[in-house]
Design a protein around this ligand. Structure first.
Ligand SMILES: [Fe+2]
Ligand SMILES: [Fe+2]
Length: 149
């Protein structure tokens, strides 16, 4: 994960750009790792999955740190979504590793894409809006997407 300059990523759909550099970078990397997972052969699937999980834990932890620092109202609901996704991912990983259920793993990748789009436009957009309002981050208004309510 990197906190380098904001750079629109071809891996992140325009409607998922929130205009905050670190968030957009983390989200572009999330999508890139999911893309790599979707392309991975069975022999390398678990390694690709573990790379996505490791990155996602850091990504979620960064957002949760921001929310705790701001004592943001919906932080518990937001963090519980993160935990739920990681719990489901852990169970699916177990099924792939122990039972060879790769189809289940590949199904999860598709579901994660749908979940992620909704999560970014709602929970993460609220977080970025709060960071912007408090002057904690600079937000590129041209790339800013208002939270879905
Ligand atoms: Fe996020
Ligand atoms: Fe989030």
């Amino acid at each position: 994960m990197t906190s380098s300059a904001p750079r629109p990523s071809s891996t992140l759909a325009p409607d998922l750009h929130l205009g905050e550099p670190m968030t957009d970078t983390m989200h572009a990397e999330f999508v890139a790792l999911l893309d790599a997972l979707a392309r991975a052969a069975d022999a390398t699937w678990l390694d690709a999955f573990d790379a996505w999980v490791a990155h996602t834990k850091q990504h979620f932890a960064q957002e949760e740190t921001w929310m705790e620092e701001m004592r943001l109202g919906p932080r518990h609901c937001h963090a519980s979504q993160h935990r739920h996704v990681l719990n489901v991912a852990g169970e699916v990983r177990r099924q792939v590793a122990e039972e060879g259920r790769f189809a289940k793993g590949r199904q999860l990748v598709g579901e994660l894409r749908e979940w992620f789009a909704w999560h970014v436009k709602s929970m993460d957009a609220v977080l970025v809006e709060a960071l912007r309002e408090r002057g904690i981050v600079q937000v590129d208004q041209a790339a800013h997407v208002a939270p879905v309510v």
